[in-house]
Design a protein around this ligand. Structure first.
Ligand code: NAI
Length: 316
């Protein structure tokens, strides 16, 4: 049987990673971009990454690197790219007008069955999809960078998205080994970025007020909170750190509220604190492409190792 087919629109950082995730899941992938050069560099980059992962024994999926690579083809014709696809993942730059234009082009050429999904990090479905003929088939599937190594996908429907679109997207994400979560309604920042910004905001205030250095602040997360957050979330943490959530609230609600009431206003993310954070981070990791790339590579290796460990430690 022919493998099912998906189209990826935009072959940048996120598009290439989605292509690898779908190929690992055995899907035929058509990668579309307006820039031929981008497509060539995407293919080369995917080849290198897959070969290296195969060598290290961490390639995802049941197929070899060559078999997965054979599933991926590139294309600069939108109509040809989406022909035969059951799922289209848009990964173009985070620009509302550009994305709206692409979705209205897709709206004209797709049938009533295909799912139109966007990787957007922060554009709301109601901004992206309102007015499209196929709005019932539209959804946001927001990945975490890089989706190949970090499985979470936030599935965010438009108010008019059909429930079957949400369910099919959820099932597809599961099938390719991602970890989908459903939002019941759209909200600015979705859930992941709302949590992330809450952390960044307090980190910024603590450094800005001179309570802690930028490097020590990062350690609080990487050697403290982050150790458990890779396995259990903040709510389960409450449950386990007392005799259940109710008991946690009895014990700690007052203390939490006292601390939370000392949190300040939303930071500006500029001026002296920005300089201080930038200087500390640039001393540790100079802003030079080679150095940044090496650090990203190390991060991805760590994430691969963590993914392996999480599989070994799997619990429901
Ligand atoms: P990128 O800039 O690396 O890639 C964008 C690609 O789109 C480029 O290859 C570009 O040539 C192509 N493109 C531009 N105009 C196009 C058009 N009209 N038709 C087809 N392709 C076109 O961007 P990146 O980082 O991959 O982001 C893509 C999307 O993923 C954005 O919406 C972003 O918010 C979202 N996202 C990004 C994350 C990240 O950390 N980079 C994380 C999660 C989501």
């Amino acid at each position: 049987m022919e493998p099912a087919q998906v189209a990826i629109i935009g072959s940048g950082l996120i598009g290439r990673s989605w292509a690898m995730v779908f190929a690992a899941g055995g899907f035929k992938v058509k990668l579309y971009d307006i820039a031929q050069q981008q497509l060539m560099s995407a293919l080369e980059n995917i080849r290198q990454q897959m070969k290296e992962m195969e060598k290290l024994g961490v390639l995802k999926g049941a197929l070899s690197a060559e078999q997965q690579l054979a599933l991926i083809s590139v294309c600069t014709d939108l109509k040809a790219a989406v022909e035969g696809a059951t799922f289209i993942q848009e990964c173009t730059p985070e620009n509302l007008e550009l994305k709206k234009k692409i979705f209205s082009q897709l709206d004209l050429i797709v049938d009533d069955n295909v799912i139109l999904s966007s990787s957007t990090s922060c554009l709301l479905p109601s901004k992206l999809f309102t007015g499209l003929k196929h709005v019932k088939q539209c959804i946001v599937s927001h990945p975490v960078n890089p989706p190949y190594f970090v499985p979470l996908v936030e599935i965010v429907p438009h108010p008019e998205t059909d429930a079957s679109t949400t369910e099919r997207t959820y099932a597809l994400m599961k099938k390719i080994g991602q970890s989908p979560v459903k939002l019941n309604r759209e909200i600015e920042g979705f859930v992941l970025n709302r949590l992330q910004y809450a952390v960044i905001s307090e980190a910024w205030r603590l450094v800005g007020e001179g309570v802690i250095s930028p490097t020590d602040l990062d350690l609080v997360m990487s050697d403290g909170l982050g150790m458990r957050y890779a396995f259990i979330g903040p709510l389960e943490t409450m449950h386990l750190n007392a005799e259940g959530v109710s008991n946690y609230c009895e014990r700690y609600a007052e203390g939490m509220r006292l601390v939370l009431n000392t949190f300040g206003p939303v930071p500006e993310f500029s001026g002296e604190t920005a300089q201080k954070v930038n200087q500390a981070l640039s001393e540790k990791i100079p802003v030079v492409p080679k150095v940044l790339d090496a650090r990203r590579k190390w991060r991805d290796e760590c994430l691969t190792g963590l993914a392996k460990l999480k599989t070994q430690m799997k619990s429901d």
